[in-house]
Write a protein that binds this ligand. Structure first.
Ligand code: ZN
Length: 308
């Protein structure tokens, strides 16, 4: 079975498998879709299938040939993975290196595969440089660009690649994964926060305690004095690196309460959260944003006359 350890996007599995079976591999692909839904896993498996030297086209990767063995040990000479070196962007030097290597004929397999993860972080110079290779690729070369933000790509690059679109995972697919690996399914609110991303689902699984604490903070906002709220909100202040997901979760919980109670104070709180999310993305002081968020939400529940 191909792509057997990857969940979701069955149509992409069929398409890529068909490509291999009919030996109709193109020079350049663009794997597009949300972060954390398995695009780079697909690219790696697809690369393995392309590089496999078995003559049985219905059973690639065979896992037995020299190419498969080398690939499994991350030593295949005809494969290259390119990622942002500093975690931020892919530079022109990296693309120049790719071009230097791609000019050399394959050693083990009949093709050479280049996977460029987070291609949308390529600088403009890097993209222009890559364009030359996409325009006249060596006949044995396959380049797979993996990205989530298509608008960052030059139109000239896009027009040279075959687009493969990946979809967010469905809730039942995420739950199936969690039943298999963790022996449980996910809470409905958490599923909404994940927005179809398996990566996010795994992260939130590790942070269940944090999300539970958010419920406690919300309860405290409605019931207690502001001093108590501040005293009990450490976990929110400490969640700086995942604050957008945490705020999204609070917003979803509030939305459920709004739907249940029709109490507009919940709607106002959701607005306060949205404002906070925006402020945080524009690099406002984190602690001050959270202070302000808690205070404003508390006022919604406790002030008789609110300006909202
Ligand atoms: Zn093989």
């Amino acid at each position: 079975m191909h792509f057997e350890h990857i969940i979701g996007n069955d149509n992409v599995k069929s398409l890529l498998t068909h490509t291999i079976r009919t030996n109709n591999i193109l020079h350049s692909y663009m794997f597009i879709g949300l972060d954390g839904i398995g695009k780079s896993l697909f690219a790696k498996d697809f690369a393995n299938m392309i590089l496999c030297t078995s003559t049985d086209f219905t059973n690639k990767p065979c896992g037995l040939c020299e190419a498969c063995t080398l690939y499994a040990s991350s030593n295949h000479p005809d494969f290259m993975l390119i990622e942002p070196e500093d975690g931020k962007s892919i530079k022109i030097e990296q693309i120049r290196y790719l071009q230097e290597k791609i000019a050399e004929k394959p050693i083990t397999s009949s093709k050479k595969v280049y996977v460029i993860n987070d291609s949308d972080t390529m600088t403009k110079e890097a993209q222009n440089c890559l364009l030359k290779t996409l325009e006249e690729p060596p006949e044995y070369a396959v380049i797979i660009l993996v990205l989530s933000n298509e608008s960052q790509m030059l139109p000239t690059i896009k027009s040279r690649c075959t687009k493969i679109v990946f979809h967010a995972l469905k809730q039942d697919e995420l739950n199936a994964y969690f039943s298999l690996h963790y022996g449980n399914t996910l809470d409905d609110n958490i599923l909404k926060v994940c927005n179809g991303s398996i990566k996010k689902a795994i992260e939130t699984q590790d942070d269940m305690e944090l999300y539970t604490q958010m419920n406690t903070i919300l309860h405290s906002l409605e019931q207690n004095d502001m001093i108590d709220v501040w005293n009990n909100s450490d976990s929110l202040y400490q969640a700086k690196d995942k604050i957008q997901s945490v705020l999204e979760y609070i917003s979803i919980v509030l939305m459920n309460q709004l739907l249940y109670s029709q109490d507009m104070r919940y709607a106002n709180c959701i607005q306060i959260i949205e404002q906070t999310k925006k402020r945080l993305t524009s690099n406002a002081n984190f602690d001050m944003c959270i202070d302000n968020l808690l205070l404003k939400m508390w006022e919604e529940f406790h002030e008789k006359y609110s300006w909202h």
